[in-house]
Design a protein around this ligand. Sequence first.
Ligand code: NIG
Length: 399
Amino acid sequence: MTLVIDNIGELVTNVPALGAGPLGIVENTSVVIDGDTVVSVGAAGAVADERLDAGGRCVMPGFVDSHTHLVFAGDRAEEFTRRMAGEHYDGGGIRVTTEATRTAGREALRAGLARRLEEVHRAGTTTVEIKSGYGLSVESEAATTSLAAEVTPESTFMGAHVVPTEYLGRTDEYVDLVCGPMLEAVLPHVRWIDAFCERGAFDADQSRAVLEAGRAAGLGLRLHANQLDYGPGVRLGVEMGCASVDHCTYLSDEDIEALAAGDTVATFLPAADFSTRQPYPDARRAIDAGVTVAIASNCNPGSSYTSSISFCIALAVRDMNMTIDEAIAAATTGGAAALRRKDVGRLAPGGPAHLTILDAPSRHHLAYRPGVPLIWRTIGSDYVQPATEHETRRRKASP
Ligand code: NIG
């Protein structure tokens, strides 16, 4: 089945050879798609089985959201309200979600994941990474990672999110559990391993042990670092060859130097800084030093309960001194780099037809019209909706 999207006012390809500037912008054009693949860009008068009139709207690659925690149960709205009244965020609320997640049951977790994934789709995101980190027991991490793996190839084990209540005061023993039986149980379900390297969570040695165990098991590495203060996380992530260090709210000169010299992406999560009243990262300094940057939603029930990449782009432009084009690149090709993917985040012949159509004539509206639902259509994705238990049984039963 072929589809031509024509009457496109502004097309962002992210391929400089296809158009103007670093984002490869083409005006007044069309795109032809065959199934899940882009066939051509700009072919005037192309014939196809179906036609979608974009009505002069802006078409761009779907967002690549490289940092979320979509599998969880429970609600922490009260914690957010206390924070807005002055309470400090220290990550301790993760244990509240852990209690709710452990007792929720697989179908309730799956239903919550399906609802959030629907939201992710409406937000214009076509690739999504999903971390565990709210099970924090062998059984519950295996369950949450297997749910993530049902829907996305970008699934991440984050047993080292915080030390669960039953291990308080015995962090090293918990790290042994994460690196041993827990890792073994989740291994069939994950591509990545992650840890929260921060005071109050895991120190540099403990984070290193987790990353080393993951690497020995064949997983790619990522790290939460420098969210709440300066610390060793960013440099540890670069030294270990992590694909991405995430948060980077506090970056020292040494951190920037290390990032600029390595190939680790600095992923900013501005919605978390918004929701925890942290300062915003100094993106300008990182970009000017040559660091590859990404922007992601960090959708989770505690520090950032939003899946809106448009909102993150608006924050990055307004409060992190990024240009709109830098912010769009960070949310598309930047997210792809943070996942070590070359196929997604761009629109080019032969590549996946994963795209979003804005209900606006140009990309500038993403920051110019914050809070407005600007996604008109999301087409294609490399995630799928989870099957219900009924559907899974039906599929198994049919020959
Ligand atoms: O990326 N910082 C650690 N993990 C999440 C927070 C999760 C929570 O508060 O529940 C984050 O912000």
